[in-house]
Write a protein that binds this ligand. Structure first.
Ligand SMILES: Nc1nc2c(c(=O)[nH]1)N[C@H]1C(S)=C(S)[C@@H](COP(=O)(O)O)O[C@H]1N2
Ligand SMILES: [Mo]
Length: 450
């Protein structure tokens, strides 16, 4: 690499906004402003390693995927040299990326989500406090159902397993903050890319079975969840997290009390012996180490329910601006998202006309995924993928596609899913909010031919 090339590369890593001005912002020909050309194009091509085949469509301000790898949103460039921090945790894949250590938070890079069913060792981790010790006798774990019910229930896990026929569904669990790193300016919280999600087989009985047995009162409107983990301060009186869902969601047949994941007893790190899964809703409603559900006669106001926690702006707000509490609603259904799981960003092919085989996944909260399209020309044209059928509701849809890459050079493959409500993924994260929920921009990878 020549000195000039390395400079633009380094500049992208350190200061993507200035790098962009260097590359895109210096055209004297007004008609070309906003697109790559001349010296900018040469510098950019050198930096990404090849001629940008569809450069005519490349939007101004776009940081090439080849350079965005390992860096975060433009407002907060990551130290490129150090790279992501890998996870060292018993039973977990060492390529999970640590986003926080106290509490432990680790995400699954897109290329590790390439299995139809996410293996437990690749499944993301999101703790808010300190997990409890795993009990020696799992079946003696106790769960209480109380509050707005006719007959409170206290039941052991052993009894729960015999209470009704167990169901196994493959369902996505996704952190409410998934995609947060794509917001500009940076939103508060763990800087997830797309890896705060996974799709595992969950075994348990519907929460509705137990709620019906307890007799849900007319006055019940919301659930509230409690678990056995401890606040980071060590103060046992402080709540770690206590969220809930509207009664209608709690009564949904796919909302499960879960004791097994991928056919094995639920591991401690994922909330074992007993957790909730509320598919389609932010992961924070899927309480781990579950000890109690209290039905409430109003919307729950526990830890994580108020202010801008798991809430999104009703009317768009100024990015980076001050939040007006009254303009916020609880985030319920998660937005549609798709990812490319193979090949990995930065894929290289030998010179010559090539076919590129791709795999990926797409999912959405309450709506269903209807299509996934790919573009290799920055969104000018789109090609459909082949979608596998979901096994059950709230399963993700795996997709495959083969794309022709007609000439040598640099490409980006972009993926965009559309759901049954007609919504699809935007080019950039919109609807900024202080704690960064709902960012679902298209995923893209860099591919170099030759
Ligand atoms: N008791 C308890 N339940 C919890 C949490 C927690 O910190 N404590 N984190 C929640 C959040 S924010 C998410 S995204 C999911 C993560 O589940 P996982 O660690 O099994 O992937 O668990 C949820 N349930
Ligand atoms: Mo989460």
């Amino acid at each position: 690499m020549s000195k000039a090339e390395r400079q633009i590369d380094d500049l992208y890593a350190e200061d993507p906004i200035r790098a962009d001005a260097e590359v895109f912002g210096r055209h004297t020909d007004v008609s070309r402003r906003g697109f790559l050309g001349g010296a900018g194009l040469a510098a950019m091509s050198a930096a990404v390693g090849g001629t940008i085949v569809h450069q005519a469509n490349m939007p101004a301000g776009l940081i090439p995927a080849a350079l965005a790898q390992g860096t975060k949103a433009p407002a907060a460039p990551a130290p490129a040299a150090s790279g992501p921090q890998k996870l060292n945790f018993p039973g977990k894949n060492p390529n999970l990326v640590v986003l926080g250590e106290k509490p432990l938070v680790a995400e699954t890079p897109e290329y590790l989500l390439d299995d139809d069913t996410t293996p437990t060792d690749k499944f993301f981790i999101r703790h808010n406090g300190t997990p409890p010790q795993a009990p020696s006798d799992l079946d003696s774990w106790k769960l209480t159902i109380d509050g707005e019910v006719n007959k409170p229930i206290e039941i052991t896990l052993g009894e729960l397993k015999k209470r009704a026929a167990a169901k196994t569904y493959r369902m996505v669990l996704e952190c409410g903050g998934n995609g947060r790193s794509f917001f500009t300016p940076t939103a508060r919280g763990n800087q997830w890319t797309n890896g705060g999600a996974g799709c595992a087989e969950w075994t348990g009985i519907p929460l509705a079975t137990l709620l019906r047995a307890a007799g849900v009162k007319q006055s019940a409107v919301y659930t509230s969840n409690y678990g056995a983990d401890v606040h980071l301060s060590g103060d046992t009186k402080r709540e770690v997290i206590s969220r809930g869902v509207p009664i209608a969601k709690a009564m949904n047949e796919y909302s499960l009390l879960v004791w097994a994941m991928n056919g094995k007893p639920l591991e401690n790190v994922h909330g074992g012996p007993l957790r909730l899964i509320h598919p389609g809703y932010p992961g924070s409603t899927s309480h781990k180490w579950l000890t109690k559900i209290t039905l409430r006669n109003k919307v729950h106001d526990g830890q994580g329910m108020l202010g801008t926690n798991y809430r999104v702006a009703i009317k768009p707000m100024m990015p980076g601006g001050k939040a007006d509490d009254s303009n916020f609603r609880i985030l319920e259904s998660m937005p549609v998202r798709s990812i490319i799981t193979s090949p990995q960003n930065g894929h290289r092919l030998a010179a010559g006309p090539r076919e590129l085989r791709l795999r990926g996944a797409a999912w959405s909260g309450e709506p269903e995924v209807r299509r996934v399209d790919l573009s290799t020309d920055f969104g000018a044209t789109w090609q459909p993928t082949r979608l596998a059928n979901p096994r059950n509701r709230y399963d993700w849809r795996r997709w495959t596609a083969t794309l022709k890459l007609p000439s040598d050079g640099y490409y980006e493959v972009w993926t965009r899913a559309t759901d049954s409500s007609g919504r699809s993924q935007p080019h950039v994260a919109g609807a900024w909010n202080p704690q960064g929920y709902g960012a679902n921009p298209m995923h893209r990878i860099a591919v170099l031919v030759g």
